[in-house]
Design a protein around this ligand. Structure first.
Ligand code: B12
Ligand code: SF4
Length: 639
């Protein structure tokens, strides 16, 4: 008998991991195949485990198995390193090592299990020699060995997941503020979308029989919402119908269900969708991905824009909560295309929206294309969480992708958009469950929304730092919009100018008794000087502030015109604004002199004049400079 510790690594990715906490179904499934062995599941995403406690647990076992997605690979490797200190056999499984079996080249990893894990891991734990176990990769004396793939199992022959091993974390597994249970009723997907790794990991599509699905639901009596994790639960609508009939007949529709579905499946069988609603399948996640047919075709999505509209209509008419996924920055998307996608998401009756930036997961066609075309900028997999763009596209830079993502979230989860959505939910009998139990559904979104705002502010600053090659101070001031920034700096510049002119008043004695020519010369000179200095300083500050991520500017990108260095742009603005100030001051002085009001050329007039010039020059110079740097018209001085 071996002692086995199965670990869900602690890495939490922003956004999704904040709203949804799922039980580690993969680990529960492989644990089910290990009878006769001593097994524990340590869900480090559900609870905080101190280093000392982890070491203690590792010191007591023979084998550690860790489930690994791409963004959590570092976290998994770190656990392997600790495990190796205690001589524990380390095994990695899950999506990432299945797609990148070369992960086994890390000295702290002994074995990588590719694809379906139950029977393969069972062989490892039973102590079979590595050479005889299909579906694993390992390092032998001659180098890395990739054994042939293991034939896929009949799902009905596999033991049901060991839910008892995670019951102590049950309170942590939640969605929409409700206790969540996860259920897999099918594996794989027959489609081949270019950005998706599922067809590569699972190969083919297999189902659990409807009666087994019902048996499994019966075992999940503690869950208030059951998340069916199949990639396209609606792949075989006749089976879905059968499952729904059984759920209704067995009165298992007292709990909520959430499923993932392709839009075309919904469009082809609206009558089954009505039955899904009766079975209390109240949340359907659909992948909308793009707003143009060209983009859908390019990603091989094999559906139409009309399908998207029609599927939303069908779901809405059945009172099903629509949760839609959008990809920001499909390969040929322009800025306009992404803006159209954001608009579309607001136009459709979508209740919850995910906006994920294009992410080239290893093993996908997208990854291959991005590598071949040198589009990937970030090779640190911990950043592959669909929140921060690791690549650029032909038309969109990384910072633009991030800006568009932020813009999408701002529009969809803006204050009034949220209020309107809450009103819609409260007026809809089928969606009112979100407001039940002290509004826990809505409150979970509200928390998510506010946390995301802070996350995006930080990420934006960091991304500006990376893409602009600027060192970002950790605690830099809050981010401002260009208008707010320009107005604030304008007011500060005006106040400083006013104070300086006020304090210089004593040196001028009786100003209005000075010779007229001298007063005119002084007014003109002061105007030019103030305009020049404020414009130069404002330009320099605005460009620096933008590059440090203190100004968040989402706007249409114009084709870059002439490019300036920071010094050139500052001097240019200085000259332009002082020329404008000279003209303005001249007009004022001439008007006063010509109208015979020379006695009005007082020091008070000078104070007002230079203060106004300082304010305007700073505001305008800041604003235009922000847009100049935003449009890449300013050459980078650092890299
Ligand atoms: C449910 C789900 C989630 C849940 C829970 C994830 C979890 N760890 O359980 C939530 C919502 C939290 C989630 C989050 C994310 N997810 Co997710 N998720 C899924 C989904 C839909 C189902 C996973 C599942 O439960 N499958 C059923 C079980 C039985 O399969 P399994 O976990 O793969 O386990 C089997 C094998 O992989 C293997 N195995 C797994 N672990 C181990 C360990 C050992 C030791 C061994 C031997 C074998 C083994 O054996 C198991 C049984 O056969 C998959 C889609 C899919 N088809 O995989 C996407 C998927 C895994 N997620 C994905 C992504 C991108 C994410 C996020 C980055 C999304 C985001 N924007 O935030 C985050 C990352 C979270 C993180 N911290 O790393 C990608 C993974 C891409 C990649 N290369 O890693 C997938 C494939 C979706 C996709 N189409 O792209 N996800
Ligand atoms: S995105 Fe969905 S439909 Fe497309 S291949 Fe992946 S799982 Fe299948």
């Amino acid at each position: 008998m071996s002692r086995v510790l199965l670990i869900n690594p602690p890495k939490k990715v922003p956004l999704l991991d904040w709203t949804l906490r799922y039980p580690p179904l993969g680990l529960m499934s492989i644990a089910a195949a290990l009878d006769g062995h001593e097994v524990e599941i340590l869900d480090m995403k559900a609870i905080r485990v101190k280093g000392k406690e982890l070491r203690r647990k590792l010191s007591l076992v023979d084998i550690v198995g860790i489930t690994t997605l791409t963004p959590s690979v570092d976290s998994a490797l770190e656990i392997c390193r600790t495990a190796k200190e205690y001589g524990v056999l380390t095994v990695l499984g899950g999506v990432h090592p299945s797609l990148m079996p070369q992960t086994v080249e890390n000295p702290e990893v002994d074995i990588v299990v590719r694809g379906e894990g139950e029977l393969t891991f069972r062989d490892i734990v039973d102590g079979k020699p590595p050479g005889s176990i299909p579906g694993i990769s390992y390092v032998s004396g001659t180098g890395v060995v990739h054994n042939p793939d293991r034939p896929l199992a009949n799902l009905d022959t596999l033991a049901p997941p060991r839910r008892d091993l995670v019951s102590r974390y049950q309170k942590q597994y939640r969605a929409f503020g409700r206790r969540l249970g996860a259920l897999s009723t099918a594996r794989g997907c027959p489609h081949k979308c270019s950005f998706c790794c599922v067809p590569k990991v699972w190969q083919g599509y297999r189902e659990l029989s409807p009666t087994e699905v019902i048996n499994e639901i019966k075992r999940m009596d503690k869950a208030e919402i059951i998340a069916i994790v199949d990639d396209n639960f609606c792949q075989e609508m006749r089976r879905v119908e059968e499952i729904c009939d059984l759920i209704i007949a067995e009165r298992l529709n007292d709990r909520l269900y959430s499923v993932f579905s392709r839009v075309d499946s919904i469009v082809q069988h609206p009558e089954v969708v009505a039955k899904m609603a009766r079975a209390n399948m109240r949340v359907v996640f659909i992948g909308i991905e793009a707003a143009t047919q060209a983009a859908l075709d390019r990603m091989n999505k094999k559906m139409t824009i009309e399908d998207i509209y029609r599927a939303c209509e069908i779901l809405e008419n059945n009172g099903i909560l629509i949760w839609a996924g959008h990809i920001i920055g499909n390969l040929d998307d322009t800025y306009d295309d992404v803006e159209a996608l954001i608009k579309m998401s607001k136009k459709l009756p979508i209740d919850i929206a995910d906006f994920t930036v294009i992410t080239p997961y290893p093993g996908t066609d997208l990854y291959r294309f991005a590598m071949e075309n040198d589009l990937i900028d970030e090779f640190d997999f911990t950043e592959y969480c669909e929140c921060e763009p690791p690549m650029h596209t032909a038309h969109l830079s990384r910072i633009e992708l991030l800006e568009l993502e932020i813009k999408a979230y701002m529009k969809f989860y803006g204050f009034w958009a949220m209020v309107n959505r809450a009103r819609k939910w409260s007026g809809n009998r089928e969606k009112r469950w979100l407001l039940e139990g002290n509004n826990r559904g809505i409150r979970s979104f509200w928390k998510f929304r506010n946390k995301s705002a802070f996350y995006f502010l930080r990420t934006y600053k960091e991304m500006v730092g990376k893409t602009e090659g600027t060192r970002i101070r950790k605690h830099s001031p809050v981010i401002s919009t260009p208008i707010l920034y320009s107005l604030t700096t304008g007011i500060v510049a005006a106040l400083i100018t006013l104070l300086l002119t006020l304090s210089a008043r004593q040196y001028y004695g009786q100003y209005s008794s000075l010779p007229l020519l001298l007063i005119i010369a002084d007014l003109l000179f002061s105007s030019v000087l103030v305009a020049f200095i404020t414009a130069v300083v404002a330009t320099w500050l605005a460009i620096g502030s933008y590059r440090r991520g203190w100004i968040f500017s989402v706007r249409m990108r114009r084709p870059a015109g002439k490019r300036w260095s920071l010094l050139e742009k500052s001097l240019l603005n200085g000259v332009l604004f002082s020329a404008a100030a000279l003209v303005a001051a001249w007009i004022l002085v001439l008007t006063v002199v010509i109208s015979g009001l020379s006695s009005q050329l007082t020091y008070g007039l000078k104070e007002v004049l230079v203060t106004v010039i300082a304010f305007l020059a700073t505001c305008i110079a800041s604003y235009v400079s922000i847009h100049a740097v935003r449009n890449e018209e300013i050459k980078r001085t650092k890299s």
